[in-house]
Design a binder for this molecule. Structure first.
Ligand SMILES: C[S@@+](CC[C@H](N)C(=O)[O-])C[C@H]1O[C@@H](n2cnc3c(N)ncnc32)[C@H](O)[C@@H]1O
Ligand code: SF4
Ligand code: SF4
Length: 307
């Protein structure tokens, strides 16, 4: 079944403002993906937003394979986004590994939900977030105590894997004792965002016991199968170069087009996109989706939620 142009409405945008980063986290596939670093220009950003202005966008992630707040004008990108899509729910994330600055403060009013990426405590944090300093994180979190975040919700996003699950409790305790502006410690079981490889993680009984204790904070959908995937139907993923991929779960795949150079209409007619949409609809994944971590994690999440 070909998705017709009238039916193909984009409600979810994932836009990468920069691919520059000051860290090299062990579970992030950025090092495999990013060859040349770049900040998106305001001109390109505006051009992209214009191309979506007639779409019913209701949610967006302004992030990608980089640290968004290292874009010197990130606050302007966020403001512009909200001007074009005032009712869209905007999510961004930060690694907190810089001195809290005006770029951050001025971006906050245009972000509905901000993830502070903290996954580990002291040693495990520094080990898994290579280049990060625990002391720099604490300084950032302390500085945030003195900022009025307005309506912006702030949560911790904790990527859970075998090397850091034991520290979930410590982060919970730290947040509840010291940082009351953080509404939750979200737990995301680590995924792999490439086409060819998979995470070879042997989840131990102790891993499950620990995560199950915090299952209310575990994020993810289950049961889930390919026909549940919204990405080829209503999602849109763009990197800083304007290259369009199908989704954020497979960022190593070849782009289906370039939104800086082509119209949205032409990109949505890509044969690769149409093929993947059809394979998902039939629950018959091809190369692009075979190793999708939504699928791998579905039974794992089911076990966690039902335990
Ligand atoms: C790719 S980062 C970009 C923003 C910023 N650099 C940061 O780390 O917060 C966005 C979010 O994805 C999370 N993340 C990175 N690699 C992941 C993985 N393999 N599985 C699940 N989440 C991951 C990060 O911890 C972060 O909260
Ligand atoms: S800070 Fe974010 S973008 Fe940078 S390597 Fe870590 S997870 Fe990836
Ligand atoms: S890899 Fe395929 S199934 Fe998984 S999120 Fe992407 S499009 Fe959907």
């Amino acid at each position: 079944m070909i998705i017709s142009q009238q039916n193909h409405k984009i409600t979810y945008l994932y836009l990468e403002p920069t691919n520059k980063c000051n860290l090299d986290c062990t579970y992030c596939n950025r090092a495999d993906i990013v060859k040349k670093t770049k900040d998106i220009s305001l001109e390109d950003w505006n051009m992209v937003l214009d191309k979506f202005s007639s779409q019913p966008v209701n949610e967006a992630k302004l992030m990608g394979h980089g640290e968004p707040f290292l874009h010197p004008d990130f606050h302007q990108l966020c403001r512009r986004f909200k001007e074009v899509f005032p009712s869209a729910f905007v999510i961004s994330a930060t690694n907190c590994q810089y001195k809290l600055n005006n770029n951050f403060i001025e971006a906050l009013p245009y972000i509905d939900l901000l993830y502070l990426s903290v996954d580990g405590y002291k040693e495990s944090y520094e080990k898994n977030r290579s280049g990060a300093k625990w002391s720099r994180l604490i300084e950032f979190l302390d500085d945030l105590l003195n900022i009025d975040a307005g309506k912006t919700r702030i949560t911790i996003n904790y990527v859970v894997h075998g090397g850091n699950y034991k520290d979930i409790e410590k982060i919970h305790d730290m947040v509840s004792k010291k940082y009351n502006y953080i509404e939750e410690v979200r737990l995301n079981i680590a995924q792999w965002w490439g086409e060819d490889e998979e995470i070879q993680e042997d989840y131990t009984d102790d891993f499950y016991r620990t995560v199950i204790k915090y299952k209310e904070n575990v994020k993810g959908k289950t049961p889930w199968t390919y026909s549940d995937c919204y990405w080829p139907k209503t999602g849109f993923y763009m990197n800083v170069n304007g290259d369009v991929k199908i989704c954020c779960l497979n960022t190593s795949t070849n782009p289906i087009g370039n939104i800086f150079e082509s119209s949205l209409h032409d990109i949505l007619q890509s044969p690769k996109l149409q093929k993947i949409a059809e394979e998902c609809r039939l629950d018959a994944p091809g190369i692009h989706c075979r190793k999708c971590d939504y699928k791998r994690l579905s039974p794992i999440l089911e076990y966690i939620y039902n335990s």
